[in-house]
Design a protein around this ligand. Structure first.
Ligand code: HEM
Length: 431
């Protein structure tokens, strides 16, 4: 009889080291690092690439709670500068008075409440729904331009221009000026072919342009004009006799452009990429497009947002007093970043979180944030996502990836994450 090896006590597994955060490859697949953080250090003080330290919050329950916590302010100086009337100052150092940064994402109640109520009177679900045929027309026009070629870069030729033209149309930017916006937007996200170092310049030009446009529209309305674009709606909006000031209207138009642009580029880019890499799920969606199954299309867009959403981290928040998040003490004044992309893959909230399942039910993802800063543009984003996918899969049914996934490059700022290019091929379509 051969002697059996004696069982020995297995050594405790060494804790796995944390995968690197924010290195050059990070944007291609941040999810393993987020899984590690969720498990080992769900609220962790971390040095960001800029050298600033911030608390990263990665579990779903903590993330949702932090997003709705009134003790987390948008104002980095809140604790030291409570004004006589309790009004928080705006959160960009060095940018005071009339500027585009006095927008919703940088302010706290009561200013936030007032501005959000006013914009909600102009940016209504009805206005968004009425816009659907125009978005489809824009999507079709962009596809027409490359359909006969049998190949395209879907970021440059589709995902990037669609949201810019859509929001310009909605705001009431005349068609002849929209190419300028396309160029400025390209500078803002360093689109290939855009001049380098142009972000500051692009913002400056956009600021001047928006101020002039608002001025002109105000004059048109005063002269009895009936224009129904969103900027005219913002000028007209009133609440208990209150109106937006000229600067507030400009800052609002700017945040609508800015918040609604790169996010939607990434929704279409990341979403299409995920579909092309999951053939069975893509087939489910292709069938839904053919059958006009709107419910499935809507569920699919939500799942694509959860699975690989455009907004990786919610925008900055700062503790106005000492608090605990997920049992971790956070000191007054410290910055807190909620990692939406990590929360949306939390196994404590989602079954099989790393699986793309377009039929997932009750999908309470945090891709649009939560609480008072919940995405104002969510109805428009959903419309654009649904319409873009319907147009692409409907018109180019054999759409396929024309690059190795490992060769694709990702654009990872701190807040947003998306593909720089998405080369595809398909059977050419004429007419
Ligand atoms: C806020 C995501 C599209 C306008 C937010 C926030 C998120 C988000 C996560 C909250 C940020 C935070 O709490 O720090 C997205 C995603 C989009 C999208 C994933 C596309 C798929 C749009 C569009 C518009 C828009 C199309 C407008 C045209 C805004 C505005 C805010 C906001 C104005 C600030 C709201 C406030 O502070 O009250 N968005 N967004 N977004 N979004 Fe979106």
């Amino acid at each position: 009889e051969t002697p059996q090896p004696q069982p020995t006590a297995a050594p405790a597994p060494a804790p796995s080291p944390m995968p690197p955060l924010f290195d050059w490859q990070f944007a291609a697949d941040p999810y393993p690092a987020y899984a590690w953080l969720r498990e080992h250090a769900p609220v962790r003080k971390t040095e960001l690439p800029s050298g600033v330290e911030a608390w990263l919050v990665t579990r779903y329950a903590d993330a949702r709670q932090a997003l709705a916590d009134p003790r987390l302010s948008k104002n980095p100086h809140h604790h030291s500068e409570q004004g006589a009337h309790g009004k928080g100052k705006v959160g960009i150092p060095g940018e005071r008075g009339a500027n585009l940064m006095t927008h919703l994402l940088n302010i706290d109640p009561p200013d936030h409440t007032r501005l959000r109520r006013l914009v909600s009177k102009a940016f209504t679900p009805r206005r968004v729904a009425a816009f659907e045929p125009r978005v489809r027309e824009l999507a079709d026009g962009l596809i027409d331009a490359f359909a006969a070629r049998g190949e395209a870069d879907l970021i440059h030729e589709f995902a990037f221009p669609l949201p810019i033209y859509a929001i310009c149309d909605m705001l009431g930017v005349p068609h002849e000026d929209q190419e300028d916006f396309r160029a400025w937007a390209g500078m803002m996200i360093h689109q290939p072919g855009s001049p380098r170092g142009g972000v500051g310049r692009a913002v400056k030009r956009m600021r001047r342009y928006l101020a002039e446009l608002i001025h002109r529209k105000r004059a048109e309305l005063a002269a009895g004009g009936q224009a129904d674009d969103l900027i005219s709606g913002l000028i007209r909006a009133s609440d208990h006799g209150e109106h937006l000031t000229e600067n507030e209207a400009a800052a609002m138009a700017f945040i609508l452009l800015f918040a609604g642009f790169e996010t939607t580029v990434n929704l279409i880019g990341n979403g299409t990429y995920a579909l092309l890499r999951h053939p069975a799920q893509r087939a489910v969606l292709q069938r839904a497009v053919a059958e006009g199954d709107t419910a499935l299309l809507e569920a699919a867009v939500e799942e694509l947002l959860r699975y690989d959403g455009p907004v990786e981290l919610a925008t900055w928040r700062f503790a106005t007093r000492p608090l605990t998040i997920g049992g971790q003490a956070v000191a007054e004044g410290e910055p807190v970043l909620v990692v939406l992309a990590a929360a949306d893959r939390d196994p404590a909230k989602f079954d099989a979180p790393d699986t793309l399942d377009l039929t997932r039910r009750d999908n309470q993802h945090l891709g649009y944030g939560h609480g008072i800063h919940y995405c104002l543009g969510a109805p428009l984003a959903r419309l654009e996502g649904r319409t873009a996918l319907t147009a692409l899969l409907g018109r180019l049914p054999d759409l396929r990836l024309a690059a190795e996934p490992a060769d694709l490059r990702w654009r990872g700022g701190l807040i947003m994450r998306g593909l720089r290019t998405l080369p595809v091929e398909f059977t050419p379509v004429n007419g």
